[in-house]
Design a protein around this ligand. Structure first.
Ligand code: FAD
Length: 391
């Protein structure tokens, strides 16, 4: 009893697109396909985060850049999201001696925005749902699918299974994509996965006297060569600080006192702002998380399936471009749909041809910035300061 969602015969515009994953890229993609008039069904493993009491994603906030903004703009979402972001015009470098210096991101007035991940996801899901031709299916975990028949098997919360067919399957199911698993069975599928030695841990810096504890218009960085901490502002006047360090350094710190000693040695100016007790407690709340870089090609299987977002290109977060590149995937795909009059066979092939080199380049840049942010940012400024001092 396979549910065929396809209504292909009745009208070309009524083809059914199944988007797997209702995360950031899946939810935006649903808007793109809905806008074109397809019957869109989103299948998301988690419950509806708009109703969930505690929605914790991988990071609490993210940097939204022009690449992502353009993609949001095409479905009329840019202003709505930008209005809830905190602009960051420059990096604020925190030296060990407590001195701070800013390095602008671009020309005067240019900025990236710090946005709340779960709010962004909620707003994108709600936007998708405003289209009458879109249905969101939560608590649907894709177990497997068949590239030959296009049948997808989902596991629901109550333990029951649902088998579904669609005209096009769009895999937006993240770095550990179930959709992608079938690509491995095909000949000439290239795949490369690298875990970096660093992990990350998030800490919250509360407001001070009802205001931001540090200057809010900056992405704060404490570069310490082999590791670093960054902080992005939130609308509620908190900062989310993320500590990036090799796992073996994380593992050496086992007590609250060791945390404080480590911070005294490396981030002394952050201690009063984070609070000694909070620091001792929060450091151990969740273990440090791993970061993976995944490159693969092609991004499509025949005229049936395409992967986008982290499912196609998980990248390390140091360039702040994972989501932005995933959003741009949706925009680029949409443009190719225009070019090839929605002929899936031609569109999917062209999408791989156009998109793989760009996504691979972003992955390389992110890996490069992994070193740039924690080390070069430091030394370059050091050289510049020295030049100023010598003048
Ligand atoms: P995901 O966000 O992983 O969403 C995938 C969805 O698919 C999830 O909802 C999941 O539940 C669902 N799913 C998974 N498996 C199944 C299944 N079998 N069946 C059904 N559903 C399934 N990017 C930026 O652009 N800027 C930043 O500043 C930034 N900062 C980051 C900081 C950190 C610490 C990290 C780790 C990442 C950061 N990123 C950033 C990257 C960004 O988080 C990702 O690129 C983005 O979340 C990718 O979105 P996605 O929708 O492709 O995948």
């Amino acid at each position: 009893n396979v549910e065929s969602l396809s209504t292909e015969k009745s009208s070309k515009k009524k083809k059914v697109v199944a988007v797997i994953g209702g995360g950031l890229v899946g939810a935006l993609n649903a808007c793109y396909f809905s806008k074109r008039g397809f019957e869109v069904e989103v299948f998301e493993y988690r419950e509806d985060i708009r109703q969930a009491k505690l929605a914790r994603g991988r990071s609490i906030n993210l940097a939204l850049s022009v690449r992502g903004r353009q993609a949001l703009g095409k479905v009329g979402m840019e202003e709505q999201i930008v209005s809830k972001g905190v602009p960051m015009y420059a990096r604020m470098i925190h030296n060990l001696n407590g001195k701070q210096y800013s390095l602008p991101y671009g020309k005067k007035g240019q900025c990236i925005l710090s946005v709340d991940r779960s709010n962004l996801n909620r707003e994108l899901l709600s936007a998708a749902e405003t289209y009458p031709n879109t249905k969101l299916n939560f608590s649907h975990k894709l177990l497997d699918w068949s590239p030959d028949s296009g049948t997808m098997t989902f596991l629901r919360d109550d333990g029951s299974k649902r088998e579904i067919q669609a005209d096009l399957i769009v895999g937006c199911d993240g770095a550990f994509s179930t959709i992608r698993k079938q690509f491995f069975r095909r000949t000439r599928f290239n795949y490369n996965q690298t875990y970096i030695p660093h992990g990350y841990l998030e800490l919250t810096m509360p407001p001070r006297n009802g205001d931001f504890a540090m200057e809010p218009s900056y992405l704060h960085i404490w570069p310490r060569n082999t590791f670093m901490m960054i902080a992005l502002p939130n609308l509620d006047k908190t900062f989310t600080c993320t500590l990036f360090m090799p796992f073996d350094v994380f593992e050496k710190i086992t007590t609250g006192d060791e945390v404080i000693k480590f911070f005294e040695e490396n981030f002394p100016d952050a201690i009063p702002l984070l609070g000694v007790d909070a620091l001792k407690r929060d450091y151990f709340r969740i273990p440090a998380q791993a970061m993976v870089s995944i490159k693969c090609s092609p991004y499509h299987l025949g005229d049936k399936c395409v992967i986008m977002g982290d499912a196609a290109h998980a990248i390390v977060p140091f360039y702040g471009q994972g989501m932005n590149a995933g959003f741009e995937d949706c925009l680029v795909f949409d443009e190719i749909m225009n070019q090839f009059s929605e002929d899936f066979g031609a569109v999917l092939e062209e999408y791989t041809r156009i998109r793989v080199p760009d996504d691979h380049a972003i992955a390389d840049l992110a890996m490069y910035n992994y070193i740039e942010m924690r080390a070069h940012v430091n030394s370059r400024w050091f050289i510049f300061r020295k030049y100023l001092d010598d003048m």
